[in-house]
Design a protein around this ligand. Sequence first.
Ligand code: 3PG
Length: 214
Amino acid sequence: MSDLLLKSPVIPVIVIENADDAEPLAEALLQGGMNIIEITCRTSAAIESLRRIKKAFPEMITGAGTVVTREQADACLEADVDFGLAPGLNPETVQLFEQNKKPFIPGIMTPSEVEQALSLGCKLLKFFPAEAAGGLKFLKNIYAPYAFSGIRFCPTGGINLQNMAAYLNEEMIFAVGGSWLATLKQIREHRWEEITAQVKEALAVAGQVRGASS
Ligand code: 3PG
């Protein structure tokens, strides 16, 4: 199941206010070659947007982000999202997604959280807030004792076109995520071509680091 999540080295983190923007946004991403999206449960439009994208673009791998309450987790599963993420680690959410056979990526920022994630069987983890917490240097130090376990990370928080390559250069990092690929303002202003161009740029950088197969 989590193989799905290893298909793209870049994940756009989306905050969307109006579900009517969901389809054009997904189209802009797909035009740029991006076939994965994380829509954060930070707005009331999130679940409806996820539903619409799943319906209109079945080729898009559709994830729910910022899943922090039971209510949100239930709504995401009801919408049949492909995967979920959270900034933190809530065992109840991890188990709920597991019961529904959906991959879930909990957030970690300390060794204790890595251990808790491992004990719950999670191998793909979000490192959040990446840059504020200490960036790549900090993550390398946290990872070292757990390298045996096969865990891999998706850093988010402060990632951009300039620093993404350094992260993707590390095998322990399966993808980077960020809101810079399609900002709230760009979505509000329907700047779809700009979003497509940003996605292309990011995928080109990822391709340089990881090779064309990324
Ligand atoms: C997340 O939810 O992963 C982060 O808020 C994204 O962080 P960014 O806005 O700095 O990219």
